[in-house]
Design a protein. Sequence first.
Length: 425
Amino acid sequence: MIPTLDPESLAAFEVALEDGRLALRPEPRLPADARCYLERHLERLNHFKTVGFFRGARSVSFFDPPLPSGPGKRGLIDRLERVFLKARKPAAATLAVTYACQADCVHCSCQPNIRRWPPLSTEQWKGIIRETVDLGTTNVIFTGGEPLLRPDIFELTACVDKERATCLMFTNGERLTPDACTRLRDAGLYALFISLDSPDEKIHDERRRRPGLYQAIMRNIENAKRAGLMVGFSIYLTGEKFRDGELAGFMDLGKKLGINEIVQFDAIPTGRLAGQKDILLTPEEREAIRKEALRYYRDPAYPSLTAQALVNSPDSMGCFGAYNQFYMTAYGDMCPCDFTPIAFGNAVEEGVRAVWERMTHHPLWCKRHKDCRMQNQKFRSCTVDLIPPGAQLPYPIAAIEAAAQGAVVTDLARNSPVGAKQARS
């Protein structure tokens, strides 16, 4: 840590894009250590595959704001504050603006979250979006259900302060009409991921239980591209799906259609897949996926590939949950990530910041975890495995602690200062 560091000094720089390369503008007034760190980071970004360009700025992933831009610089400042000030800000916030959906996916992760009462109103979501960006978020992600089933989705997209954050959307792709794509572009949408469950039309529609959805996606990709939107695929892999060659099929399809980026999630036993621990990837399967992901990433003929098996590995960034992201249900409940069905409080009742602080100070989430917590059997045994069958999700963290009879602080937490303190008390 830099002694007596003035936080404002970490913003004393500008980034330029010159001949396709990112660099600090001459004479940045950063402290020496921070300048060195940022120069190394920008050089690293220069070696990343370019996903596309957004308003003249270079994008290396839909999950990162493009550079140079207001959100991009803000993201770099937040990164410096995490490194040098140990600040804990949510770079990304995934907001499930509705659970309404035309599909009925066999693997739906949010289905057990659905309640009888309606989701948050337009004004409630606008307030949450503003609070979230104020907290430090530079990538606001709309998901569902199907976000485009909300008539106000264009209004919510426009509500994201584009000088400070980008807006990304996950969609099933069915409602990407020419008009919808134009309105999303005009509202300032950064990019969109279309969920695809198989490169094979029949299998995709069967898994989504929505006949004709695959063909609708193929048509609507062109609508999005004509509107000038960057388009990606969101996929998931089990060991069986990987062995059946689905990753190769997705990559070939993305190459054929001119897709910008493909994000690959590992299969997690949550939602409708809860209890099916056999779908968890083995270490050998994750390693095989990592090797394939790197091969595709390095091939300029293919779309950029963001693979969870690679990005969330111990050799890379580890678990994002409650470290630099959170997930919010359609009712305002805040969880560490989309696949962790544990609630730390409700943003409508308490405010986004208060719940974020509670989450990030909990013994099991107060420090970075080397791999995806929801794929770690030891972690699951003292958290999600304690949720009763059929319980309304997300399940309150206090109820999990009660189920553990006060023994939530386990070996996973004892290495952290907060965990050690609670274990002694």
